[in-house]
Design a protein around this ligand. Sequence first.
Ligand code: ADP
Ligand code: GLC
Length: 477
Amino acid sequence: MKKILFVTSEAHPLIKTGGLADVSGSLPKALAELSQDVRLIMPNYQAIKPHGDVRFLCSLRVDNREVNILETQMPDNQVTVWLVDYPDFFNRPGNPYLDEQGEPWPDNADRFALFCRIAVEVAMNRAYLDWQPDIVHCNDWQSGLVPAFLSLETTKPASVFTIHNMAYQGLFPAASIQGLNLPGQLWNPGGLEFHNMLSFIKGGLIYANHITTVSPTYALEIQTPTFGYGLEGLLEYRKDYLSGIINGIDIDLWNPEADPLIAQQYRAASLPDKKLNKAELQRRLSLPVNNRVPLFALIGRLVEQKGIDLILDCLPEMMAMPMQFVLLGSGDKDFEQRLQNLAQVYPDKMAITLGYDETLAHLIEAGSDVFLMPSRFEPCGLNQMYSQRYGTLPIVRKTGGLADTVVDSLPETISDRTATGFVFNEANASSLLETIKRAMILYSDQKTWTKIQANAMAKDFSWQSSAEQYLTLYRSL
Ligand code: ADP
Ligand code: GLC
């Protein structure tokens, strides 16, 4: 049995801004099911709603700050959660990274450096918790300083750093290191310095014993300039210590047979029941209730990564086709505005919901026919897997985890029963539009469509095999 400290800045259902939270909610649970001793550590944000007891464990003094560690449990499993409680930094409105206006908190470097310091104290068993991990598993830049600080210790646990997204590196002006009390030996271009900026992610990429990312394809992509954002050389240099392990999904939470958040549960053998969800979704979003036209959907952060501009370019032509389009998301204000403007022009064909709404997300997965993910890059992506499980065929761009989890519907893949969606290559509107047309044509052949739905729904996206890959990695360190 391995003792694993899982360091993360968000975890569903306590707090979530994106896929990192889904992974932090479900991977530790899967590891616990493999009989591993996993403890999760994260900041105690104002928005966290613990479901069970929260008890005070201890108080630590680091960098002249008095920090509490609280203990609670994941609501739907037995994984222990340690909350790093420092109200000045974490008891604020807004989300973990942004204020209520959507601007990054100005003291993010201090906030997450303190979080990393505490994680290291716990990892070194200096926090009076009487528990020392064998493995410290860090995730994204917010935990990047953990491997860096650990590198300065003598007898220490092994560290794994998982990249969920290279686009977010935790870059701060060099001046911000003053308040952080950074040991001098970490501050050089072979360390945390990146073009005279402080880079949190480099702490993970340089000092972790092993780096993983969330799909095999993305592990290769980030070694190229397009996806490496200036760190491709470092990643290539460390390629013997870099691997891709595809994310799983929580198959209990995302299960059309038992989902309490949808109008009618269904499975591959009862696909006509899926239509009741479509009707409910159309009603809820004030669209005409019509089962004949395909319903296209998108859920996600409205940012450049997700190819929202490609959707905007395609929408006028899409609206000329017999289809409906629903979108749930929030992010870039310009995207939000342009989407809303279009929705006003086509109120009978298109519904935009700005904001974050978990219940609606489940109903959209269940009620739609096609799910759009034209991402410019996608380290893994979860919605394409949720979609397949719900028999909602994804249209994805061939990148990262999308390339690894969706099989394009071509004559040969349809006949050998491996087709599960639609895949296109180029990140431009015409390639996307052509693929949308391909889906429209196939939709009119309901017999074939239903077969592809069944292929998609039968795929195993559970954590089982990926959690075993992490375990094999932990054992090798
Ligand atoms: P990323 O982490 O890049 O945002 P993923 O596909 O890995 O992308 O994960 C996104 C997660 O966040 C999914 O679980 C998705 O359903 C959820 N999500 C994104 N936007 C919203 C929203 N507006 N409302 C509800 N859920 C959302
Ligand atoms: C990131 C990526 C997304 C991935 C998620 C969980 O937010 O953008 O592709 O699925 O992390 O690993």
